[in-house]
Design a protein. Structure first.
Length: 228
């Protein structure tokens, strides 16, 4: 197995999203309509007019794009406390959505129109700062992903992706490190390779004592692949 030392700067610890029990968030949710959606529900379709901002109260979603042949590339997973559909908020004219968003599990999601959001930020500017902080964090993540695609081989991209996922809010603490749930197909969609290649690389990482992988459950070991 090749050395897993990465040639690009690590993403570092991400500032967590404010709790849904934060007073600013609680106030914001009173201004929204909250809906419950089943698993695998397509919340946002690429190409439709973007006129609303969403906020995940509970559950998690997948964000992905498709090419002309309907092949999907997974961009990210988002969970509780994350905003969705914010890209067109600051445009003067109505813009089309640029990606699909689908629920991974049963979700509660708050919705507010762009027009109303622009009105309420004058009443409580802190909510705009929360949104801006999330947008800055995602830009950091995107820059890291682009660097990985340019400078890392497929094994390095998979290793870096696992480390990044282990720092997401929906990652779970494990006695040996951090535990995530993700399919090999989803990892392949994130790094640009086949499911079979992902399986082979995960086996190599496991043989090197860096992770354990059983089905969709992957444990990234502390002090090995994942730094404490």
């Amino acid at each position: 197995m090749q050395d897993m030392t990465l040639s690009t700067p690590p993403l570092g610890d991400l500032t967590p999203s404010p709790s849904i029990h934060d007073p600013v968030v609680e106030w914001f949710l009173t201004q929204c309509h909250v809906h419950r959606y089943p698993a695998k529900y397509t919340l946002i379709h690429a190409g439709e007019n973007a006129e609303s901002l969403y906020y995940i109260v509970s559950g998690s979603v997948s964000v992905f794009v498709k090419d002309d042949e309907h092949k999907e590339m997974l961009l990210t997973h988002l969970g509780q406390g994350e905003f969705l559909g914010e890209i067109s908020l600051f445009e003067e004219k109505v813009q089309p959505r640029t990606a699909w968003v689908k629920t991974k599990e049963t979700c509660e999601i708050a919705e507010i129109s762009y027009k109303k959001f622009k009105q309420i930020v004058h009443l409580n500017p802190d909510i705009l700062m929360y949104l801006a902080a999330q947008m800055a964090r995602r830009l950091r993540q995107t820059s890291s992903q682009v660097s990985n695609l340019a400078f890392l081989d497929v094994a390095g991209r998979i290793a870096q992706t696992l480390m990044n996922l282990a720092k997401q809010p929906d990652a779970m603490t494990h006695p040996d490190g951090m535990q995530i749930k993700i399919t090999r197909q989803e990892i392949g969609q994130m790094v640009g390779c086949s499911r079979e290649t992902v399986g082979r690389i995960l086996k190599m990482l496991e043989d090197d004592g860096l992770i354990s992988a059983h089905g969709k459950t992957i444990v990234i070991y502390r002090n090995k692949l994942l730094k404490a």
